[in-house]
Design a protein around this ligand. Structure first.
Ligand SMILES: Nc1ncnc2c1ncn2[C@@H]1O[C@H](COP(=O)(O)OP(=O)(O)OP(=O)(O)O)[C@@H](O)[C@H]1O
Ligand SMILES: [Mg+2]
Length: 333
């Protein structure tokens, strides 16, 4: 996808290398553009949407919703874990501590659905866990499960592993992995309780952790529609009993739209019409509004304005870093 292709305001495609001021490194993930300044990062969340590990289009205001959503959640979990957020200088960017990211995506599941259901149905274990027979689609687990997957290098699909393999394969050492799992479960419980108070079910979610000065730190994003499934609680029981799909407020809407057209990640993806992307955007904003109880107000920034704000902050950050560095040098002599 060309990032420069028609991108009206409210649809921010991201950055390209040539725009970056000298001395600052840019890494682009599927959704985020990440600038490195000293020990810090500026993470800019674009409006790119990925499904089945492919970037498929731009969803209006998605990056602003995700940024505000994660910031809101970070504030509500600070008693559970350290997190990476330092500041939120523009509507779609977050200034964070650069961490050594652990090579495991920590998925916590409260319900048997999605890929776990597909594995279960096919008689496969779910991340090394043998589930009891006779479970049904979308059934709640007695206790949430931690189902890790390896954080694959760029462009490679993640691979599910068992909790034992995380240690066995040497991905994370045992005591730290134990701490990661406890933290993930505590975060999930907090998320579940907050969502429940607003009539939503936090079905499952993915966390990433890193180390900052040796301290376990929550990074990336938290409890957003990109990283989590949300269902409406009101009709859960009825839908579950009758085997009907749940009412959802997450990325599943787009995944389903793609699967209905025979796309599951391989070959040429179908072109997604603007009204489908707009609907995805409305669902993201709606999840934010229901959970936080506040209205989502888009900044209305044009693509140019959004870029300008980011580049301005980056320039200041780099100057502060350079001056700090000089001062440190001065002390040594
Ligand atoms: N505080 C942090 N320190 C270092 N890396 C971080 C931090 N927070 C997030 N990241 C990394 O930044 C990237 C976020 O970008 P994005 O979500 O677009 O990537 P992705 O599509 O999930 O993965 P990929 O890197 O495979 O493209 C992730 O690779 C994530 O691990
Ligand atoms: Mg990501």
């Amino acid at each position: 996808m060309s990032r420069e292709a028609d991108s009206p305001s409210g649809q921010f495609p991201g950055f390209v290398d040539c725009e970056v001021p000298g001395g600052i490194r840019l890494y682009s993930g599927k959704v985020r553009d990440i600038f490195e300044v000293g020990d810090d990062l500026l993470i800019v969340t674009s409006d790119r949407i990925s499904a089945f590990d492919r970037v498929l289009g731009l969803v209006p205001n998605k990056g602003e919703v995700l940024t505000q959503f994660s910031a809101w959640w970070f504030d509500r979990v600070r008693d559970i874990t350290a997190h990476h957020m330092i500041a939120r200088p523009t509507p779609r960017s977050m200034h964070v501590r650069r961490c050594r990211v652990l090579p495991v995506e920590v998925v916590v599941r409260g319900y048997l659905t999605g890929s776990a259901w597909r594995d279960y149905q096919a008689g496969r274990v779910v991340s090394g866990i043998a589930l009891p027979p006779g479970m049904r689609w979308n059934q709640q687990f007695d206790q949430p499960l931690v189902t890790p997957s390896t954080k694959a290098e760029h462009g490679v699909h993640d691979r599910p592993v068992s909790t034992d393999e995380v240690v066995g394969l040497g991905l994370i050492e045992e005591p730290l992995w134990r701490q990661v799992q406890q933290t993930a479960l505590a975060l999930f419980e907090r998320g579940r309780a907050i969502c429940a108070a607003q009539g939503l079910i936090l079905v499952d979610t993915k966390y990433e952790f890193g180390l900052y000065n040796g301290r376990l730190t929550l990074v990336d994003e938290i409890h957003t529609p990109d990283s989590s499934r949300f269902w409406f609680a009101e009709h859960y029981r009825e839908n579950f009993e009758s085997g009907r799909p749940q009412r959802k407020l997450d990325k599943e809407y787009l995944r389903q739209w793609l699967m209905d057209r025979g796309f599951q990640g391989d070959g040429q993806p179908p072109a997604i019409p603007p009204e489908v992307l707009a609907e995805v955007g409305r669902r993201y904003a709606s999840a934010y509004e229901i959970i936080t109880g506040t209205k989502f107000v888009a900044s209305g920034d044009s693509v140019e304005a959004a870029r300008r704000k980011v580049l301005l902050y980056l320039t200041e950050l780099q100057r502060a870093h350079t001056e700090g560095y000089d001062a440190d040098q001065g002390e040594d002599h």
